[in-house]
Design a protein around this ligand. Structure first.
Ligand SMILES: Nc1ncnc2c1ncn2[C@@H]1O[C@H](COP(=O)(O)OP(=O)(O)O)[C@@H](O)[C@H]1O
Ligand SMILES: [Mg+2]
Length: 248
């Protein structure tokens, strides 16, 4: 089987923190799959994503995209991945169209092609009527959908989303989840983090649970429910492995 993302023994200890953010984490994401990266607050999900996209350098270990090392070949890897960060990464005083035009130039996408691509995505994510409005006038759900468009202008093979549905309205959430599933049907791979376990159970082909920077377990949601005693859904499985204590 070929893997879209392969992470091997990643370690990262931020200077000044008590414990490592990643403590020998390994995981593999098969091609053309929706993989959920699940874990409590502080488990290391965002650090993992930041290493994949070259924003954070690990202390040791490897991250590879289609076999290419993410740390040594950041530019090549960035052309293969679209990353939707947890925070909105758009210019609030520019319109959606202006944001996408600017981001497209960073990727070296030809203007005409960029406009066409942005137009298709705006329409698919229900924002075509708002294309010429400033991002600062968008609702939370609209900003989140625009953030997704910004990550996909270069039509990447892999879509990585960090908590894409946290704090969005029900309609935006449904549209985002539909869109993620559709992206996979187009032959692509999706890695997404969430703390909404019912959502992960619904859309993920496979999930991996991590805690304190370490691998805990993985499988299809159904496999995990079946193999974990006394569990009827993914939330039970999650609590079984990560405990009931609150993580702030
Ligand atoms: N820039 C940073 N500096 C210091 N500590 C950090 C930094 N980023 C994350 N951490 C710490 O690393 C751990 C993992 O964080 P993170 O990857 O954001 O987890 P998650 O996304 O699963 O909530 C946490 O303990 C967090 O406080
Ligand atoms: Mg996070």
């Amino acid at each position: 089987m070929s893997f879209a993302i392969e992470i091997t023994e990643l370690r990262k200890h931020y200077p000044g923190s008590w414990s490592p953010a990643l403590d020998g984490l390994s995981l593999k994401v098969p091609e053309n799959c929706i993989m959920g990266l699940l874990g409590p607050n502080g488990a290391g999900k965002t650090t993992t994503i930041n290493i994949i996209c070259g924003l954070v350098e690990p202390d040791s270990g490897r991250a590879r995209i289609f076999g290419v090392d993410c740390i040594a070949h950041t530019t090549a890897v960035r052309s293969q991945i679209g990353v939707v960060p947890q925070q909105i990464a758009l210019f609030p005083n520019l319109t959606a169209t202006e944001n996408f035009a600017y981001i497209s130039t960073l990727y070296g996408i030809e203007k005409r092609y960029a406009r066409e691509r942005a137009g298709k995505l705006l329409s698919r994510l229900g924002l075509e009527k708002h294309a010429d409005k400033r991002i600062s006038n968008f609702s939370g759900g609209m900003k989140r959908r625009a953030n997704i468009i910004a990550s996909l202008l270069h039509y990447p093979q892999i879509l990585i989303l960090d908590e894409p549905t946290a704090g969005v309205d029900v309609q935006s959430r449904a549209m985002i989840l539909d869109f993620i599933q559709e992206y996979k049907q187009d032959g692509k791979t999706v890695l997404y983090t969430s703390h909404l376990l019912d959502e992960a159970e619904k859309i993920c082909d496979e999930v991996v649970i991590i805690d304190e920077g370490k691998f805990v377990t993985e499988g299809t949601p159904q496999q995990l429910v079946n193999k974990t005693p006394g569990c009827t859904d993914l939330e039970d499985v999650f609590l079984h492995y990560t405990g009931h204590s609150v993580r702030d």
